[in-house]
Design a protein around this ligand. Structure first.
Ligand code: 5GP
Length: 217
Protein backbone atom coordinates (compact mmCIF):
# COMPACT_ATOMS: atom_id res chain seq x y z
CA UNK A 1 0.00 0.00 0.00
CA UNK A 2 1.35 3.44 -0.90
CA UNK A 3 1.24 6.65 1.14
CA UNK A 4 -2.32 7.77 1.98
CA UNK A 5 -3.26 11.41 1.17
CA UNK A 6 -3.98 13.60 4.27
CA UNK A 7 -2.87 10.82 6.62
CA UNK A 8 0.06 11.33 8.97
CA UNK A 9 1.00 7.97 10.55
CA UNK A 10 0.38 8.13 14.31
CA UNK A 11 -0.83 4.62 15.16
CA UNK A 12 0.80 2.36 17.74
CA UNK A 13 -0.71 -0.97 16.70
CA UNK A 14 -0.39 -3.54 19.46
CA UNK A 15 -0.79 -7.17 18.42
CA UNK A 16 -0.97 -9.71 21.22
CA UNK A 17 -1.99 -13.33 21.45
CA UNK A 18 -0.71 -16.44 23.16
CA UNK A 19 2.69 -17.79 22.21
CA UNK A 20 1.99 -20.03 19.19
CA UNK A 21 -1.04 -18.00 18.03
CA UNK A 22 0.84 -17.13 14.85
CA UNK A 23 1.45 -13.42 15.64
CA UNK A 24 4.89 -13.23 14.03
CA UNK A 25 3.75 -14.83 10.76
CA UNK A 26 0.75 -12.52 10.57
CA UNK A 27 2.84 -9.40 11.33
CA UNK A 28 5.50 -10.35 8.75
CA UNK A 29 2.79 -10.72 6.11
CA UNK A 30 1.19 -7.39 7.13
CA UNK A 31 4.48 -5.48 6.83
CA UNK A 32 5.32 -7.16 3.53
CA UNK A 33 1.95 -6.18 2.04
CA UNK A 34 2.00 -2.57 3.31
CA UNK A 35 5.13 -0.43 3.16
CA UNK A 36 3.53 2.09 5.52
CA UNK A 37 3.66 -0.43 8.39
CA UNK A 38 6.82 -1.32 10.31
CA UNK A 39 7.39 -3.55 13.32
CA UNK A 40 9.22 -2.10 16.31
CA UNK A 41 12.32 -4.02 17.46
CA UNK A 42 12.06 -4.76 21.18
CA UNK A 43 14.79 -5.11 23.77
CA UNK A 44 14.99 -8.50 25.51
CA UNK A 45 17.18 -10.32 28.01
CA UNK A 46 16.23 -13.69 26.42
CA UNK A 47 18.97 -15.60 24.57
CA UNK A 48 18.75 -15.45 20.76
CA UNK A 49 17.25 -18.49 19.01
CA UNK A 50 19.44 -20.08 16.31
CA UNK A 51 18.30 -17.91 13.38
CA UNK A 52 17.60 -14.68 15.26
CA UNK A 53 19.72 -11.61 14.51
CA UNK A 54 20.56 -8.83 16.99
CA UNK A 55 18.98 -5.54 15.92
CA UNK A 56 16.57 -7.30 13.55
CA UNK A 57 14.51 -9.71 15.65
CA UNK A 58 15.34 -8.09 18.99
CA UNK A 59 17.98 -5.94 20.61
CA UNK A 60 19.47 -8.72 22.76
CA UNK A 61 20.76 -7.16 25.98
CA UNK A 62 22.09 -8.23 29.39
CA UNK A 63 19.98 -7.90 32.53
CA UNK A 64 21.99 -4.87 33.67
CA UNK A 65 21.65 -3.13 30.29
CA UNK A 66 17.89 -3.73 30.45
CA UNK A 67 17.73 -2.31 33.96
CA UNK A 68 19.63 0.77 32.78
CA UNK A 69 16.93 1.37 30.14
CA UNK A 70 14.28 1.08 32.88
CA UNK A 71 16.11 3.58 35.11
CA UNK A 72 16.52 6.03 32.24
CA UNK A 73 12.78 5.78 31.48
CA UNK A 74 13.57 4.67 27.90
CA UNK A 75 10.67 2.20 27.68
CA UNK A 76 7.11 2.89 26.59
CA UNK A 77 6.29 -0.40 28.31
CA UNK A 78 8.16 -3.41 29.62
CA UNK A 79 7.31 -6.74 31.23
CA UNK A 80 8.67 -10.03 32.45
CA UNK A 81 7.57 -13.08 30.49
CA UNK A 82 8.68 -16.68 31.07
CA UNK A 83 11.63 -15.56 33.22
CA UNK A 84 12.96 -13.00 30.70
CA UNK A 85 12.42 -9.27 30.29
CA UNK A 86 11.03 -7.55 27.19
CA UNK A 87 10.53 -3.85 26.48
CA UNK A 88 9.57 -1.35 23.79
CA UNK A 89 11.85 1.66 23.42
CA UNK A 90 10.08 5.03 23.08
CA UNK A 91 12.76 5.95 20.53
CA UNK A 92 11.64 3.05 18.24
CA UNK A 93 8.10 4.42 18.07
CA UNK A 94 9.27 7.95 17.27
CA UNK A 95 11.69 6.71 14.61
CA UNK A 96 8.99 4.69 12.80
CA UNK A 97 6.46 7.55 12.89
CA UNK A 98 9.11 10.00 11.65
CA UNK A 99 9.79 7.59 8.79
CA UNK A 100 6.12 8.08 7.80
CA UNK A 101 4.88 4.65 8.90
CA UNK A 102 2.52 3.26 11.51
CA UNK A 103 4.28 1.08 14.06
CA UNK A 104 3.34 -2.48 15.04
CA UNK A 105 4.26 -3.90 18.45
CA UNK A 106 4.16 -7.65 18.94
CA UNK A 107 3.93 -7.71 22.72
CA UNK A 108 2.41 -9.73 25.52
CA UNK A 109 -0.61 -8.70 27.56
CA UNK A 110 1.01 -6.91 30.55
CA UNK A 111 2.82 -4.56 28.16
CA UNK A 112 -0.36 -4.00 26.12
CA UNK A 113 -2.24 -3.02 29.27
CA UNK A 114 0.50 -0.49 30.14
CA UNK A 115 -0.02 1.08 26.72
CA UNK A 116 -3.80 1.05 27.18
CA UNK A 117 -3.38 2.99 30.42
CA UNK A 118 -1.29 5.78 28.85
CA UNK A 119 -2.16 8.87 26.89
CA UNK A 120 0.08 8.45 23.85
CA UNK A 121 -0.83 11.73 22.16
CA UNK A 122 0.07 12.86 19.59
CA UNK A 123 0.09 9.11 18.81
CA UNK A 124 -2.86 6.77 19.41
CA UNK A 125 -3.09 3.08 20.25
CA UNK A 126 -4.97 0.28 18.51
CA UNK A 127 -5.03 -3.01 20.41
CA UNK A 128 -5.67 -6.26 18.53
CA UNK A 129 -5.77 -9.74 20.06
CA UNK A 130 -5.13 -12.85 17.97
CA UNK A 131 -7.00 -15.93 19.13
CA UNK A 132 -5.74 -19.38 18.17
CA UNK A 133 -8.43 -21.90 17.16
CA UNK A 134 -7.95 -24.00 20.33
CA UNK A 135 -5.51 -24.73 23.14
CA UNK A 136 -4.78 -28.12 21.53
CA UNK A 137 -3.69 -26.43 18.30
CA UNK A 138 -1.65 -23.89 20.26
CA UNK A 139 0.16 -26.73 22.00
CA UNK A 140 0.76 -28.50 18.68
CA UNK A 141 2.24 -25.30 17.14
CA UNK A 142 4.50 -24.67 20.14
CA UNK A 143 5.85 -28.23 20.07
CA UNK A 144 6.26 -28.23 16.29
CA UNK A 145 8.56 -25.17 16.25
CA UNK A 146 10.90 -26.86 18.77
CA UNK A 147 12.33 -23.57 20.08
CA UNK A 148 11.30 -24.14 23.70
CA UNK A 149 12.06 -26.89 26.21
CA UNK A 150 9.24 -29.05 27.58
CA UNK A 151 8.94 -26.94 30.75
CA UNK A 152 8.98 -23.70 28.72
CA UNK A 153 6.18 -25.05 26.47
CA UNK A 154 4.10 -25.89 29.55
CA UNK A 155 4.80 -22.48 31.05
CA UNK A 156 3.79 -20.72 27.80
CA UNK A 157 0.54 -22.74 27.70
CA UNK A 158 -0.28 -21.70 31.27
CA UNK A 159 0.45 -18.04 30.39
CA UNK A 160 -1.75 -18.40 27.25
CA UNK A 161 -4.79 -19.24 29.37
CA UNK A 162 -4.29 -16.21 31.61
CA UNK A 163 -3.65 -13.93 28.61
CA UNK A 164 -6.97 -14.77 26.93
CA UNK A 165 -8.72 -13.56 30.10
CA UNK A 166 -7.45 -10.01 29.40
CA UNK A 167 -9.10 -9.76 25.99
CA UNK A 168 -11.69 -7.27 27.28
CA UNK A 169 -8.99 -4.56 27.33
CA UNK A 170 -8.37 -4.84 23.58
CA UNK A 171 -10.19 -3.01 20.77
CA UNK A 172 -10.51 -5.90 18.31
CA UNK A 173 -10.01 -9.66 18.14
CA UNK A 174 -9.01 -11.73 15.14
CA UNK A 175 -8.97 -15.49 14.86
CA UNK A 176 -6.05 -17.27 13.26
CA UNK A 177 -7.28 -20.68 12.09
CA UNK A 178 -4.93 -23.42 10.89
CA UNK A 179 -3.64 -22.88 7.33
CA UNK A 180 -5.50 -19.59 6.88
CA UNK A 181 -2.98 -16.88 7.79
CA UNK A 182 -4.17 -14.73 4.90
CA UNK A 183 -7.65 -14.49 6.45
CA UNK A 184 -6.22 -13.11 9.69
CA UNK A 185 -3.99 -10.73 7.70
CA UNK A 186 -6.94 -9.42 5.69
CA UNK A 187 -9.03 -8.92 8.79
CA UNK A 188 -6.27 -6.87 10.44
CA UNK A 189 -5.75 -4.85 7.25
CA UNK A 190 -9.45 -3.95 7.36
CA UNK A 191 -9.21 -2.87 11.01
CA UNK A 192 -6.14 -0.71 10.30
CA UNK A 193 -7.81 0.86 7.26
CA UNK A 194 -10.83 1.82 9.36
CA UNK A 195 -8.62 3.30 12.08
CA UNK A 196 -6.64 5.32 9.55
CA UNK A 197 -9.92 6.76 8.25
CA UNK A 198 -11.03 8.08 11.62
CA UNK A 199 -11.90 11.75 11.66
CA UNK A 200 -9.74 13.14 14.45
CA UNK A 201 -8.10 16.47 15.33
CA UNK A 202 -5.04 15.65 13.28
CA UNK A 203 -7.09 15.02 10.13
CA UNK A 204 -9.07 18.23 10.69
CA UNK A 205 -5.84 20.22 11.14
CA UNK A 206 -4.59 18.81 7.84
CA UNK A 207 -7.83 19.42 5.99
CA UNK A 208 -8.61 22.96 7.31
CA UNK A 209 -5.85 24.83 5.44
CA UNK A 210 -7.05 23.19 2.23
CA UNK A 211 -10.59 24.42 2.90
CA UNK A 212 -9.27 27.96 3.54
CA UNK A 213 -7.68 27.96 0.10
CA UNK A 214 -11.00 26.97 -1.41
CA UNK A 215 -12.86 29.75 0.50
CA UNK A 216 -10.53 32.46 -0.77
CA UNK A 217 -11.27 31.52 -4.37
P1 5GP B 1 9.39 -14.66 22.43
O1 5GP B 1 10.34 -15.08 23.51
O2 5GP B 1 8.56 -15.82 21.94
O3 5GP B 1 10.08 -13.93 21.31
O4 5GP B 1 8.37 -13.62 23.08
C1 5GP B 1 7.68 -13.95 24.25
C2 5GP B 1 6.54 -12.98 24.46
O5 5GP B 1 7.06 -11.67 24.67
C3 5GP B 1 5.63 -12.88 23.23
O6 5GP B 1 4.28 -12.87 23.69
C4 5GP B 1 6.00 -11.55 22.63
O7 5GP B 1 4.89 -10.97 21.96
C5 5GP B 1 6.35 -10.76 23.87
N1 5GP B 1 7.18 -9.57 23.61
C6 5GP B 1 8.10 -9.38 22.63
N2 5GP B 1 8.61 -8.14 22.70
C7 5GP B 1 7.98 -7.52 23.73
C8 5GP B 1 8.06 -6.19 24.30
O8 5GP B 1 8.80 -5.32 23.88
N3 5GP B 1 7.25 -5.95 25.36
C9 5GP B 1 6.40 -6.87 25.89
N4 5GP B 1 5.64 -6.50 26.91
N5 5GP B 1 6.30 -8.11 25.37
C10 5GP B 1 7.08 -8.43 24.31
Amino acid sequence: MAKIPFYKPDLVIVISGPSGSGKSTVIDALCKADETLRESVSVTTRNPRPNEVDGVDYHFRSQSEFEKHVTQDDFLEWAEYGGNFYGTLKSEITAVHEAGKDVILEIEVQGALQIRAQDLSPSRSLLIFIIPPSLAILEKRLRRRKTESESEVNNRLAIAKSEVLEIEHYDYWVSNPENAVQEAVQQIQTIIAAERSRIDTQLIETINPLLDVDKSN
